[in-house]
Design a protein around this ligand. Structure first.
Ligand code: ADP
Ligand code: MG
Length: 422
């Protein structure tokens, strides 16, 4: 299967080939022909499966194929509003920038103009870019509404609407913003809906905004060859930081993405790792956009060895060849585990997903195992075995009884309860 065979214009095919894309990924194979045929789509695919090109390429093809009428283009100079033809919504600023960068590279040899709009940076600069004319706007919902309110952006002519990472948008509470944005668009548009998971809420949103969508489902096993070796290390909560430093140092891990539950936790952990001599940066929603981008760049360029992130801040980030993902805190929601470990094992490489689990987090592990329908291997690390005398307080006791835990601790057998997940 080639990009050519999917019906894309040759200049786009040439560009992606030059970028090193030899053949389309499964989600691209399935989505591109449906989008070119004019259908709405509802696609389920994990991170790292190539969704940006799955919607970006057919979008560019159609914009090139059906140029805006000359009258409309001419009208742009007189009108204060710039009429966007394609709108791509993403949940976070980093993702907006990433999608913008990707589509900018796919459209390099075309006349198509792009703009990006997200919070945390000056509206003025964005307005400048939008006013010089933008066919495609990539935006986060909040900042887009700010622009729409002050009249920088006119959404009434949007022909193509892409909702990227719809599940995360809902998790982040963007549902009302999305509805407000939709009210500013005409009904006759093509809508492309992407989500890694499909909860009831996500399905309802899809039902509300899609018109006879084609369903596209890509299972991780036949997607961009994701191989992740998973391991759970039970450890007492107060020793997690020490264990993390030990693992990174003794095993010489170079590029490590660490997840914490809270924003404060991510900052504190990065500082503590620094004190241990491990250069770490953090990204979370409390930081300015500049600080987040700097941290991300430092990590990508190898200036920092560890990036500590919250789920929201890390969602969808494409960091090349990431080898290690660590769950410093187990995820509160089992779905987040899937998103977290999707940051590693990209493009055929083997990745490692390691969870540091304290006794009060066993319920979270069980939720993950239920979701994946598999058992994750567990191992005690010498010197870091959990203290069998640590009891769960009653309101924390979601699982196994203290007796059973003690029996398990006494047996001192390193357990390995399952294989690797593909
Ligand atoms: P997703 O949105 O599903 O997380 P991305 O669109 O961010 O995935 O793509 C993940 C990575 O895979 C990017 O680095 C991208 O350049 C690369 N990629 C996408 N499509 C292909 C392809 N057909 N061949 C090779 N690499 C690809
Ligand atoms: Mg994506």
């Amino acid at each position: 299967m080639s990009f050519q065979a999917l019906g894309l214009q040759s200049q786009l095919v040439d560009t992606v080939t030059a970028l090193g894309f030899q053949s389309p990924t499964p989600v691209q194979q399935q989505a591109i022909p449906e989008v070119l045929a004019g259908h709405d789509i509802m696609a389920g695919a994990q991170t790292g499966t190539g969704k940006t090109a799955a919607f970006g390429l057919p979008l560019l093809h159609q914009l090139l194929d059906k140029p805006a009428s000359l009258a409309e283009v001419a009208g742009r100079n007189e009108k204060s509003d710039i009429q966007i033809r394609a709108l791509i919504l993403t949940p976070t600023r980093e993702l907006a920038q990433q999608v913008y960068d990707s589509i900018a590279s796919y459209s390099e040899n075309t006349q198509i103009k792009l703009a990006v709009a997200y919070g945390g940076t000056s509206m003025k600069t964005q307005v400048g870019a939008i006013r010089t004319g933008a066919d495609i706007l990539v935006a986060t919902p909040g900042r887009l509404l700010d622009h729409a309110h002050v009249g920088t952006v006119d959404l009434s002519k949007v022909e193509y609407f892409v909702l990227d990472e719809a599940d995360r948008m809902l998790d982040m509470g963007f549902i009302d913003d999305i509805k407000r944005i939709m009210r500013r668009m005409k009904a006759s548009r093509q809508t492309l809906f992407f989500s890694a998971t499909f909860s009831k809420q996500v399905k309802k949103l899809a039902h509300d905004i899609l018109d006879e969508p084609k369903l596209i489902e890509v299972t991780p096993s036949n997607s961009a060859a994701v191989t992740v070796e998973q391991m759970v290390y039970p450890v007492d909560k107060h020793r997690k930081r020490e264990l993390l430093s030990y693992l990174i140092g003794s095993r010489n891990w170079q590029q490590v993405l660490v997840f914490t539950k809270t924003k404060q936790g991510s900052d504190a952990l990065a500082k503590e790792l620094g004190l241990d001599g491990i250069k770490a940066v953090s990204i979370n929603g409390d930081k300015s956009q500049g600080a987040r981008q700097r941290a991300l760049n430092d990590f990508k360029e190898g200036k920092a060895r560890v990036l500590v992130a919250t789920d929201v801040a890390a969602r969808g980030l494409d960091i090349e060849q990431l080898e290690y993902v660590i769950n410093f805190d187990m995820p509160f929601k089992a779905e987040d585990y899937v998103h977290r470990i999707g940051r590693t094992g990209r493009a055929g490489q083997t990745g490692h997903a390691i969870s540091l689990m304290s006794i009060d987090e066993e319920w979270a592990l069980r939720a993950v195992e239920e979701l994946l329908d598999t058992r994750l291997p567990q191992q005690w690390l010498e010197g870091y075995e959990p203290d069998p005398n640590i009891e769960l307080s009653d309101n924390n006791r979601r699982g196994r009884s203290a007796e059973k835990r003690r029996a398990k601790a006494k047996s001192k057998i390193h357990k390995n309860r399952g294989g690797r997940m593909r």
